[in-house]
Ligand binder design. Structure first.
Ligand SMILES: C[S@@+](CC[C@H](N)C(=O)[O-])C[C@H]1O[C@@H](n2cnc3c(N)ncnc32)[C@H](O)[C@@H]1O
Length: 203
């Protein structure tokens, strides 16, 4: 489903560079799941929190010519690199990269799919802020639900206080999704754990 071989090669290069520069990007299984989801559900409009250098976004846009992306990044160097990457890929006309903290961004458009891949402790806030931007029957996918295995560890085995606090926030997000009656959420053991939250169409 990739548009052309040249783009595929470019995306591999972006991935390699991101890993070399220690920029966190989605795991292969996660990217593959989301790509399959986009194709199977005919997703056309995507909102992503957490662009980094555009690796995941390039993957979504590579699937078809009529897919568009709004993606938000608060780190200036990553935002600039993402701009450059989308341009080099020839995809800049289908992407709007917003350089700002997502919690300060107000968007009126609606999206078929919203992907939460920003600061992991902010997921409840991201979810509550952007759920109004979801189409009826739309889906919110959240990455890193396991936080690299830490979510399933005993708290006393986590020595860093900051990490313990982050794990607690992610557990709070698990509970938030479980108790949220507007959405059916499922945690999938894919990559670092992803939550797939489907909005009921009567809300
Ligand atoms: C895991 S990386 C995103 C990876 C990217 N989706 C990919 O797979 O190629 C998370 C990114 O979110 C950004 N970020 C974190 N919190 C944010 C916020 N509140 N608003 C905007 N960007 C945020 C970070 O600067 C970081 O670059």
């Amino acid at each position: 489903m990739i548009i052309n071989n040249e783009l595929e090669t470019f995306i591999k290069q972006v991935k390699k560079e991101a890993l070399e520069m220690d920029i966190p990007i989605m795991e292969d299984d996660t990217i593959n799941y989301i790509k399959k989801y986009i194709v199977e559900n005919k997703v056309k409009r995507i909102l992503e929190i957490g662009t980094a250098v555009g690796y995941s976004g390039l993957n979504y846009l590579s699937l078809d010519y009529d897919i568009s992306l709004v993606t938000i990044e608060r780190d200036e160097n990553r935002y600039l690199k993402a701009l450059q990457n989308f341009k080099e890929a020839g995809l800049e006309s289908r992407v709007d990269i917003i350089f700002k903290d997502a919690l300060e961004v107000d968007i009126n458009d609606k999206f078929d799919l919203i992907i939460l891949d920003g600061a992991k402790g902010q997921n409840i806030n991201f979810f509550n802020k952007f759920k109004k931007n979801l189409e009826p029957n739309g889906t919110i996918i959240t990455d890193n639900m396991y936080l690299h295995g830490y979510v399933n560890k005993d708290e006393e085995d986590i020595t860093s206080r900051n990490l313990r606090a982050l794990v607690r926030k992610i557990k709070d997000y698990h509970n938030f999704l479980e108790e949220n009656e507007e959405y059916d959420s499922e945690i999938l053991k894919i990559g670092d754990g992803i939550a797939v939250s489907v909005k009921h169409n009567n809300i």
